[in-house]
Design a protein around this ligand. Structure first.
Ligand code: ADP
Length: 452
């Protein structure tokens, strides 16, 4: 329960961190996009203003004769012009050049000043609250009394004989630009929190997925520890019982003494084997057992083991045979001790789980770039539903029978770990009461001449 709480808390913390990091990244990206888009938009505005003002300047300047005198061409180009001191007569013009329709129809304005910087005329959508004071800076951003912003460009105009005529200022309202930026801010302001809610949910789900794996391995470790403790307790309890009963005896003769010592030695041996197996498994897990680049001859290993287990097979009344093609010597790159351990685990199991008069055959063959070692028996077989579990640590199909054989349920787990360390594979096929076959495939060591 407590562990569950710990995992839930870790999951929550992981999800929050993930969401936080994503929030920072998204906010920075949002801000960056906002800056880039607004700058781009601003540039477009500048270019548009420059182009409109430039067209107007070019159209007017060629026709100017007297400094400070508004020529008819100005009225033709800007029909809604208001001349200072006269009334404004808005007229509709039919003959506008299309670039200048912007000034007459949208939120552009044009102001003309004479050389003494006095306002002469205004055209376009003129902002009421804008200061009439002259400023000759070429680019300006102005603000009217209501806080509306305007962007403006100024030019000096010359007459045909190249004397100063006065100034022209073309400006436009920034209301649509501001509106555009406001809309973008709103979209980011609403979009970002909504995205973050989805990110939060996604991170909770992802953290759950990650924790599931960790929780699974944590449960496996817990199970492994419990199983190991249980296995260690059995020989320890047996030793303890033997010692207690020996102490209980008022006296014992040499024969009895020896028998007691032999029992203790047996249990001790079991403990030692168990601890050695556990250590080997742990080291294989951590990949600390070095697979030194040692070339091992599988033909020799299998032949040695057949000889070694001949006595055990005879004692168990089982025929142990091998089929090895001695003309095809198979080498693999690996750890010889581990390979001996791997195949002896399989052969011992085959002998032990085969009833008297049964047969165990070990095959060694080449298949493409792999050596295939097959240990086949006519033994008790493994129930189909348990086949997937026999490689689990401490798993025994029939624990009573395994105990008789002295098995702890680690043999196949070790075999699997050794095969993995050698980049091979192990498979099993079995039929209850008919027998089993374990098939190990290991990548061959190929010399340059052998490799394809
Ligand atoms: P154990 O030390 O108990 O033999 P193993 O990990 O070597 O443990 O094997 C796990 C279980 O798989 C055994 O308890 C046994 O039930 C089953 N098993 C392994 N090899 C064979 C086989 N050749 N025939 C039938 N059952 C087998």
């Amino acid at each position: 329960m407590n562990q569950n709480k710990l995992f839930q808390q870790t999951r929550l913390r992981l999800a929050l961190w993930y969401a936080l990091v994503m929030a920072v990244i998204l906010s920075l990206c949002g801000y960056g996009i906002y800056r880039v888009v607004s700058r781009f938009h601003w540039r477009t505005l500048d270019r548009e203003l420059e182009s409109v003002a430039g067209t107007l300047h070019d159209s007017i300047e060629l026709k100017l004769q007297q400094p400070g005198q508004l020529e008819p061409v100005i009225e033709q180009l800007l029909p809604n012009i208001c001349i200072v001191g006269q009334s404004c007569i808005p007229k509709q013009s039919n003959s506008q050049r299309h670039i200048l329709t912007a000034i007459n129809q949208s939120d552009y304005y044009v102001r003309f000043f004479d050389t003494s910087e006095r306002l002469m005329a205004i055209a376009g959508t003129y902002p009421q609250g804008l200061s009439l004071a002259f400023n000759d800076k070429s680019w300006q951003t102005l603000e009217d009394a209501q806080g509306n912003l305007y962007h403006q460009i100024s030019f000096i105009l010359h007459t045909q004989d190249n004397s100063d005529w006065g100034y022209m200022q073309v400006g436009r309202s920034l209301a649509d630009y501001k509106g555009y930026l406001e809309a973008m801010k709103l979209a980011l302001g609403i979009g970002l929190p909504i995205t973050l809610v989805f990110i939060g949910l996604a991170s909770w789900w992802l953290a759950g997925l990650a924790m599931q794996q960790i929780y699974h391995s944590y449960r496996q470790i817990q199970q492994f520890t419990a199983d190991a403790a249980h296995e260690l307790r059995t020989p320890l309890a047996a030793t303890q019982a033997t010692i207690e009963s020996a102490l209980f005896l008022p006296q014992f003769d040499q024969m009895e003494g020896r028998e007691i010592l032999r029992t203790i030695q047996r249990q001790n041996q079991r403990l030692t084997t168990l601890v050695t197996d556990l250590l080997l498994l742990t080291r294989l897990d951590r990949q600390t057992v070095s697979i030194s680049p040692h070339i091992c001859c599988l033909n020799d290993i299998v032949t040695d083991l057949i000889e070694e287990f001949a006595a055990l097979a005879i004692a168990s009344d089982v025929t142990l045979l091998s089929t090895i093609d001695m003309s095809d010597i198979l080498h693999i790159n690996g750890n010889e001790d581990q390979l001996y351990r791997l195949f002896s685990n399989l052969i011992i199991n085959a002998i032990q789980y085969t009833p008297p008069n049964g047969k165990v055959i070990v095959y060694l063959v080449r298949s493409d770039n792999f050596a295939v070692i097959q240990v086949q028996d006519t033994g008790i077989g493994i129930p189909t539903q348990e086949i997937s579990q026999i490689f689990d640590r401490f798993y025994r199909v029939n624990s009573d029978r395994s105990r008789i054989t002295g098995g702890s349920g680690l043999g196949l787990a070790i075999a699997q770990a050794i095969v993995d360390a050698h980049h091979g594979s192990i498979d099993v096929q079995s039929e209850l009461t008919k027998g089993s076959q374990f098939i190990v495939k290991l990548p061959l060591y190929l010399t340059k001449m052998q490799s394809p």
